[in-house]
Design a protein around this ligand. Structure first.
Ligand code: ADP
Ligand code: MG
Ligand code: ZN
Length: 491
């Protein structure tokens, strides 16, 4: 019996605003405990929330980037539940009128795990979205030996919840979904989406059913995952566990589980019987929001999306689809490439230098692209020198290493090291004549119809020039002189 997997994700994204969702406290990761708090985000009685317009704009921008419909107006509701790190005992969220409805995230090949990129089940898949709504994050508990501390710095951070349709077919697709989504969020400057800092977290819903069965199997939810690789592992574990249950003739029921990374298993948290009833109702302290001006502002801030950038790189610079995807994967890298390629004689030649030499030099220097000591124009200068035949590709590597270390320009280094190739025909002709005169046997062999000595003779010219002779021009002169029947010293 074959089983089908169905996955739907609920992704939480912290927005990149300066202040919190309903108060003026700073959003800053890593500040001292409770450094950024006030009566509103501490949930003190009588404190009133005031909406953060930038958070509304960033959510609208996300909706536009993901092709959602933006609701003409939205509102905020209270989601009631008790939680030790949420002293109001309700979370301000959106229930029946979220900002964004529908939309989709396109999955691109490089977003899949490396080992799964060769076997993508549905290339160019788009995962549909149900909605995106805006809410506030809760505080964070820290458990010590005999006590628990609560840090309210995170409480009230603007949080977007992105809910997918149950359209994800495998743990690998879930991985690709999160990587693709994260890339778009970074492009829009909507969030830093750093999973290590908890800026992107998700709940994973997964079910399996026998092939041929129309209705989905029972939904199992895995709570609060905070790494993309963890999501893949937890889902793979669940698919296997659920399949084994069904194969053993047992029934599955809707439940919530948690993933334990150390033991690589999921554990039951609660079953449907004790599911929450949140008793949503409109927050009486907050007015509904008309979205018209938000849409205008967000539209003006729309970035070029990753898919558009990849296509443009192929079009404009003639790079391969794969190279375009690698370049577009990181905004700093693609900005660097474009700055270097813009004025290059052959933009395509820039790509290899950026993706091989530059990336490895930057990473072995323990730096990011942003701290790259080599300005893009310097790389253009180097690649143009090679293109014009002034230096060889091999010498280019030497110059590159020196440039990266010293910050000197390519032309300066070429001069200092005396690397410039000898392309002056007068000088080269004299060298060729010398070589022909000194090697009568190979010359005679060549003239008798054996092409092999040509390379030897060329090597002799290179040697005589201490490696500086331009190989292309040397070849031309050598062939011309030998086939024209010119002997040593000319006729
Ligand atoms: P709830 O009301 O319990 O939160 P929703 O219908 O809102 O459930 O769905 C929550 C998430 O679970 C969505 O991402 C949805 O796509 C996904 N989902 C729903 N049913 C299933 C299922 N049977 N198997 C896997 N995922 C599902
Ligand atoms: Mg839900
Ligand atoms: Zn506050």
């Amino acid at each position: 019996m074959k089983y089908l997997t169905t996955i739907g994700l609920e992704v939480h994204v912290q927005l990149k605003t300066r202040s919190k969702m309903f108060c003026a406290c700073a959003v800053e990761y890593g500040a001292g405990p409770n450094a950024h708090t006030c009566p509103t985000c501490l949930g003190l009685p009588g404190a009133l929330p005031v909406m953060n317009q930038h958070a509304l704009e960033l959510t609208t921008l996300t909706g536009l980037m993901l092709d959602c419909a933006i609701a003409p107006y939205c509102k905020f509701d209270r989601k009631n539940y008790f939680y030790p790190d949420m002293p109001k005992n309700y979370q301000i969220s959106q229930y029946d009128l979220p900002i964004c409805v529908g939309g989709a995230v396109p999955l691109h090949d490089l977003a899949y795990p490396k080992d799964a990129q060769k076997s993508i089940a549905t290339p160019d898949k788009k995962v549909g979205l149900v909605r995106i709504h805006l809410e506030e994050d809760v505080a964070k508990s820290f458990h010590y030996d005999t006590s628990t501390g609560v840090d309210f710095n995170r409480a009230g951070t603007p949080l977007m919840e992105i809910v997918t349709e149950p359209e994800i077919g495998s743990p690998e697709e879930a991985f690709a979904f999160l990587s693709s989504l994260r890339q778009i969020l970074l492009y829009g400057g909507v969030s830093d989406a750093d999973m290590e800092k908890g800026q992107l977290r998700c709940d994973c819903n997964v079910s399996v059913r026998p092939e041929g069965q129309a209705e989905f199997g029972s939904k199992i939810e895995i709570k609060n995952m905070n790494t993309v690789s963890g999501v893949r592992k937890a889902l793979a574990y669940e698919v296997q566990r659920q399949t084994a249950e069904l194969e053993g003739g047992r029934k599955l029921q809707q439940e919530t589980r948690r993933w334990d990374d150390a033991s690589a298993q999921t554990f039951l948290m609660r079953t449907k019987e004790n599911a929450h009833d949140y008793r949503y109702f409109p927050d009486p302290d907050l007015m509904p929001v008309r979205t018209e001006t938000l849409v205008t502002t967000a539209r003006a801030g729309m970035p070029e999306l990753p898919s558009a950038k990849r296509a443009r790189f192929v079009d404009q610079y003639g790079v391969s689809g794969y190279d375009a995807a690698v370049l577009a994967d990181d905004q700093d890298l693609s900005a660097y490439f474009e700055a270097a390629a813009a004025k290059a004689a052959k933009p395509k030649a820039i790509v290899n230098w950026v993706l091989n030499d530059l990336l490895s030099a930057v990473s072995s220097a323990g730096k990011g692209m942003r701290e790259c000591p080599l300005p893009p124009q310097a790389l253009t200068e180097l690649v143009d020198l090679i293109d014009a035949g002034k230096i060889s590709g091999k010498q280019g590597k030497e110059v590159f290493a020196e440039m990266f270390g010293s910050g000197k320009g390519a032309a300066t280094i070429v001069k200092e090291k005396g690397l410039e190739q000898l392309s002056d025909t007068g000088t080269l002709e004299a060298l060729v004549d010398q070589v022909i005169a000194a090697n009568p046997k190979p010359v005679a062999d060549f003239k008798a119809g054996n092409p092999a000595p040509l390379n030897f003779l060329k090597g002799q010219v290179m040697k005589l020039s201490k490696g500086q002779a331009n190989p292309v021009v040397t070849s031309e002169i050598l062939q011309r002189k030998l086939t024209a029947g010119e002997g040593p010293g000319g006729v």
